[in-house]
Design a protein around this ligand. Structure first.
Ligand code: SF4
Length: 249
């Protein structure tokens, strides 16, 4: 029976999809964003002193189903995130299927940097997806995350044509993608792709203490957090391009 490592099960989440949800944070990510608030999630195995639980689909569903009354009452469900949930595609496919059998809504949150076939198979097995886009420019994407964006852009393009509802999520990072030129570039790119809805996430420092605890160098040490209001110019640029904008999760 297959297993996957989960480094956090966050119950009563209201930031990653509709209603009350449980976020399943899978261990392992193939990006290395300098602003990542979950640096402990990046390696495929937990760092020394960190914990992750190996679940089977069966044991994970048994845990998730305990909160079904809250999901049902609030129109919520389960959100599969990470790390990168799509680094565990067969597990995620089986999990989505098992959750659907119990009547639980399944959302996915992904950076979409995986093989196109894997991506489309998982996308068609979930009810909703947030797809992160850190930068539309390939060189900038690589400088911020360690990888280029060609595969991600292909997956976003395909996702927007698919029957699964998709919202593109942009984490807005000071000095990286928050200039007027960046806003205009995102707006043009997303408009041309036919994106209808975008969520902007203001930069926060929720992960700062983790870097200290793990003794990992943090590129955004001491950087001021953003407030929702700091993103109004970006939101306006997107709105003018005909894109509906939500600020914050
Ligand atoms: S994609 Fe998300 S989890 Fe992965 S490194 Fe970037 S911010 Fe962290």
């Amino acid at each position: 029976m297959q297993e996957a490592l989960v480094f956090n099960l966050q119950k009563f989440s209201i930031h990653d999809g509709a209603g009350i949800r449980t976020d399943v944070f899978f261990q392992g990510c193939n990006l290395r964003c300098g602003w990542c608030s979950n640096p402990e999630s990046q390696p495929m195995e937990p760092l020394p002193g960190e914990k992750a639980i190996a679940y089977t689909v069966e044991t994970l569903v048994a845990e998730l189903v305990k909160d079904k009354p809250f999901y049902d009452e609030s129109g919520g469900g389960v959100t599969l995130t990470g790390g990168e949930a799509l680094l565990h595609p067969e597990f995620v496919l089986e999990l989505a299927h098992a959750l659907h059998e119990t009547g639980i809504h399944v959302a996915l949150e992904t950076a979409a940097c995986v093989n196109e076939d894997v991506f489309s198979r998982v996308l068609s097995a979930v009810d909703f997806a947030y797809i992160d886009l850190k930068h539309y420019d390939d060189a900038k994407h690589k400088s911020g995350t360690g990888v280029g964006n060609a595969l991600i852009l292909r997956n976003i393009t395909n996702a927007l044509k698919s029957s699964t509802p998709v919202v593109v999520r942009i984490p807005v990072i000071p000095g990286y993608n928050d200039s007027e030129a960046d806003f205009a570039g995102f707006a043009k790119f997303l408009h041309d792709l036919g994106a209808k809805e975008v969520q902007l996430l203001p930069f926060h420092q929720l992960g700062e203490n983790k870097y200290k605890r793990l003794q990992i160098e943090y590129a955004y040490d001491g950087k001021k957090q953003m407030r929702d209001g700091d993103l109004s110019a970006f939101a306006e640029t997107l709105t003018k391009a005909g894109i509906q904008v939500q600020i914050g999760g």
